[in-house]
Design a binder for this molecule. Structure first.
Ligand code: MTE
Ligand code: MO
Length: 347
């Protein structure tokens, strides 16, 4: 039985193993887990979502109230902004993720918009701040006070049809590590927008400046800072697995996924060998509107020796994976082409 690859035990941070990523939808037990603080335990019977701030009428919604509202489903490829941080040099601080901090799941719950409609945000509401029930010390430790995991979403993204307060994942009640009882799901955005254990929503009229908005999840570069938002175009090879020895004298079917939070996947190219010769891969239908697109490519007959395979995705917004990612101090958004090395042997 494959298990998650633990990156840090406490608080739990773990990658999906390659076996799990070979399936279109990742099994719940093997979906990656990213937590900044210990996992809070919230009884469903005690749960209440407070919806407040710049609204006509604040509300408090019990779990059952959410459960009895119309439910919607969306299949989403979610990637941690720190996925592939280990591929950056010099290595930034932060969890040293390899390539398994990405997974795909089907989420079911209430439209965030339906909840906002109940409280009527003021016309000048700019963002909705979602607070998790988890808290702990800041990583930079320049303040003695604990912080809560809180993230603001622009009002348009909050009102989007497919932005959900999810109660279920892959057909089952949410598990504690994935945000039980209720979490945000923001398709197309990097993981940090998908606030887990949400207990408060607050409409605000000024840009939110909380720790996880301004000090974390920003591309800190020499030229300044930009917010981390939508997922950058990326692809991964899931077959053959890197620990497999390939057969010389035969062709090899390379398979993988490609995704982007900026649009659909327009094309995937594959390079066989280290050179700059790229071949178009065949694309299949995406697993969901916000989920990865399967692709495949058959190599020419393999020669014995070392083989390097690379895949490079391009999205409909015109973005293509770079050869080298733009380095940033906190190590986010590494969507560079990643070479995989294989041994090819006569059998
Ligand atoms: N409350 C809370 N929500 C959170 C986080 C967190 O630490 N606390 N981590 C975020 C990050 S960085 C990611 S990548 C996703 C991961 O979701 P998962 O653990 O269900 O895969 O949750 C996001 N939501
Ligand atoms: Mo993340």
């Amino acid at each position: 039985m494959p298990t998650r690859q633990v990156v840090k035990i406490n608080p739990l941070n773990a990658e999906s193993p390659l076996e799990a990523l070979q399936a279109p939808v990742t099994s719940t037990a093997l979906h990656y887990v990213r937590t900044n603080f210990p996992i809070p335990s919230i009884a469903r019977a005690q749960y209440a979502l407070s919806v407040t701030g710049a609204v006509a009428e604040s509300r408090s919604l019990a779990y059952d109230a959410l459960r009895h509202m119309p439910q919607h489903e969306v299949t989403v490829t979610m990637e941690c902004a720190g996925n592939d941080r280990l591929g950056l040099y010099p290595l930034p601080a932060g969890e040293p993720w390899r390539s398994g901090a990405v997974s795909t799941a089907t989420w079911r719950g209430v439209r965030l918009r339906d909840v906002l409609d109940m409280v009527q945000p003021h016309d000048d509401a700019l963002e909705v701040v979602a607070s998790g029930a988890d808290r702990g010390p800041r990583e930079d430790a320049d303040s003695p006070h604990d912080v809560t995991f809180e993230r603001a979403l622009p009002i348009a993204a909050a009102r989007h049809d497919d932005t959900l307060l999810a109660l279920e994942m892959n057909g089952e009640t949410l598990l504690p590590e994935h945000g039980a009882p209720v979490r945000l799901v923001v398709p197309g955005w990097y993981g940090m927008a998908n606030v887990k254990w949400v207990t408060q929503l607050r409409a605000v009229t000024e840009p939110f400046t909380g720790y996880f908005q301004r000090k974390r999840y920003v591309y800190r570069e020499h030229t300044g800072e930009r917010a981390v938002t939508r997922t950058l175009v990326k692809s991964m090879i899931v077959s053959p697995a890197t620990d497999v020895t390939l057969k010389a004298g035969a062709r090899c079917v390379v398979k993988g996924w490609a995704w982007s939070g900026h649009g659909d996947v327009a094309r995937v190219d594959v390079a066989v060998g280290g050179g700059d010769e790229w071949h178009a891969a065949e694309l299949d239908k995406p697993v969901g509107e916000y989920a990865w697109t399967p692709w495949s490519f058959e190599t020419p007959t393999l020669q014995p020796g070392r083989l390097v395979l690379r895949s490079r995705a391009t999205d409909t917004a015109g973005f293509t994976q770079p050869d080298v990612a733009e380095w940033n101090a906190l190590g986010y958004g590494n969507n560079a082409v990643r070479p995989l090395v294989f041994n090819v042997q006569l059998t």
